[in-house]
Design a protein around this ligand. Structure first.
Ligand code: NI
Length: 397
């Protein structure tokens, strides 16, 4: 009953939430440059009379509601956009060339501000503290890790954390997640094949890194098909190759990059070792040398706590009906919510946004990605109900 009232209230605030989302959508900002985004978050919190700290991990904002004492739970949203040129026909499409909120982080931020508004109206009844984490740089910058290192899970210690992500495979009005590992451990790989350049008419006096690179790409796939247990999961994708400038010149070297993913850190480490060994040996067999590196941030797997997922299922079932809650298989996408769930029990949940009639069918990171905004108040309600129900449970109420 309480939850239904919160969903009604969230729906009555739809325009307010959607308006924030559209402002963010028009001005997407990349990792650690979320200046306007962070400003809009702060101004909205000011308007709601909610206290916060800002400038955490560059542009992060952490707001606090409730008593300030334990128990404490956290709700998290990410704020950054992607270097993609938007190709949708929506009237509030990106006004910045080559940048787009193509992963829905504009929605995540707006939904959490919606929850801030709903929780503020109920603040005196909160038996503890709710921390709202607005983090930068989810897309490869490990903003979540920096937020954790800055102490956002301390004083008082966060006992549970909840995060939402728009989820294009699921229709609006539904949610999906699972107990245990939900998203993959993921990292980048770069491989440079060094040969000896020269005239393409005289391959016998050169050492051709292009041929060697082609073999490396092909052979790396045999790690997944021949070395990995068929019942285990792993991904090796070489996604970029660059070598040479002219049709008649064999280049000195070829540069490649890609991603390696697994469902555990152990398995990811093992895949990295296999890639290193395979690339080096295939290169050597072709008289080339390979430099293999794993730059950037490795994201751990996102692991949901079973009890927290049970709580979420209960809330979502009550809000949306039991048929609207799906236990979904793990996916090999990576997510820096993982840095929080390494430290405290939490649950990351996919929020359905699919709507065929309004063309909301493309996946995230696609230039035509669109969100069914009817899902936004549902997200705000889920955040709010999660905070209230969990605090009541933790406070023994
Ligand atoms: Ni995302």
């Amino acid at each position: 009953m309480l939850h239904q009232k919160i969903l009604e209230d969230a729906r009555s605030q739809s325009n307010w939430i959607v308006n924030i989302r559209r402002q963010l959508h028009r001005f997407p900002e990349l990792m650690y440059e979320e200046i306007k985004t962070s400003k809009l978050v702060r101004e909205t919190l000011d308007e709601l009379d909610i206290s916060y700290e800002s400038g955490i991990a560059e542009t992060g904002v952490v707001a606090t509601l409730g008593s300030g004492d334990a128990p404490c739970i956290a709700l998290r949203a990410d704020m950054d956009a992607l270097p993609i040129q938007e190709e949708t026909d929506i009237p509030f499409r990106s006004e910045i060339d080559g940048r787009m909120h193509a992963c829905g982080h504009d929605c995540h931020t707006a939904m959490l501000l919606g929850a801030a508004k709903l929780l503020k109206e109920r603040e005196s009844a909160l038996p503890g503290t709710v921390r709202l984490i607005f983090q930068p740089a989810e897309e490869g910058g490990a903003g979540g890790k920096r937020m954790c290192n800055a102490g956002v899970l301390e004083n008082p210690r966060v006992e549970q954390i909840f995060g939402l992500h728009v989820w294009p495979p699921l229709p609006t009005g539904t949610v999906g997640s699972r107990r245990g590992t939900f998203l993959a451990a993921a990292g980048e790989v770069t491989i440079t094949i060094h040969g000896k350049g020269g005239h393409a008419a005289q391959p016998h006096v050169c050492i051709d890194p292009v041929v060697a690179a082609a073999k490396v790409v092909t052979e790396l796939q045999s790690i997944i098909s021949r070395n990995l247990d068929p019942l285990d999961s792993g991904v090796i994708s070489i996604t970029a190759i660059h070598g040479g400038e002219a049709y008649n010149v064999i280049p000195e070297s070829v540069q490649m990059s890609g991603t390696i993913r697994a469902l555990t850190m152990n398995r990811l480490d093992w895949l990295q070792d296999r890639v290193k060994s395979m690339a080096a040996q295939v290169a050597a067999a072709n008289d080339c040398e390979a430099t293999i590196e794993f730059p950037g941030n490795v994201y751990p797997p996102t692991v949901n706590n079973a009890a927290v997922w049970n709580t979420v299922q209960g809330i979502a079932g009550e809000l949306l009906g039991p048929d609207a809650v799906h236990e979904v298989p793990p996916v090999m996408g990576g997510e820096d919510f993982a840095f929080y769930t390494e430290q405290v029990p939490g649950c990351f949940v996919g929020l359905g946004i699919r709507n065929v009639e309004s063309g909301c069918t493309h996946n995230v990171h696609h230039p035509l990605f669109k969100v069914d905004e009817d899902a936004l108040p549902i997200g705000s309600a889920l955040h709010t109900c999660f905070a209230i129900e969990t605090l009541q449970e933790l406070a023994g109420g």
